[in-house]
Write a new protein. Sequence first.
Length: 277
Amino acid sequence: MAETAAKESFIEARSVSFRAGGRDLVREASLELAPGTTTILIGPNGAGKSTLLKLITGEAKPSGGEVRIEGQALAAIPAWRLACQRAVMAQHARLVFPFSVYEVASLGVDGIGRAMTRLRRDALVGESLAAAGVLDLAGRAYQTLSGGEQQRVQFARVLCQIEAGRSVVSRQALFLDEPIASLDLCHQLALLDMARAVASRGVAVLIVLHDLNLAVTYADHLVVMDQGRIITQGAPAKTLDDALLRQVFKVDLSLSRAPVPGLPFLLPQQHRVSPAA
């Protein structure tokens, strides 16, 4: 696995902070995203993970610090170009219009793939739906799907956007906020495998996850947040330890290590609740 620092950064967050409701949700967080690298952001609930992702994507404006894409201030990048440079799968995607699954996925091409022929556009949407495992749902109304099915359709949408933007810009980023929260194990692994495949094509990928074992398995670069701050970051094998589990996640558990490739993993079975007296 490659270290982010070993590659030239594409997106850089420099000491970004965000304050709302009298609270500091993100505090002086610095992070670099490099092409071809999968960065995974972990931490307890309320640590500031989703807020940091919103700051980096431009959905929220930092109260301090700055975000740059290829050296250019994020705020100065035109919306159309930003749509080509990065695709975002939000944690909660709400649609009030009666779109079909096909129409939701094709939103990733709208405004970006206008130069595409209708045939190529249709092919791209079909390929993305197939990659997300929802091609058989293409004619269904999006609102009738389960939460997990809707997540997979949203994943197809960002796959469309990345592929459509590839004809306009040379470097891109994919942002996934809790993309597997409603998925069964099979589809969790399939989605994360596909995210890694996207990274292998030179895209910088940032994923927010809660599952520590999956985070360690799929990350090139692991970032740990707590109380709005980045506590530590680096290669998964060097980042997680027992002390961090106690400090950040408030659990008194011990990490084990797989013989190959030596990555840490957690067995929750260690935890035992003492019977009531």
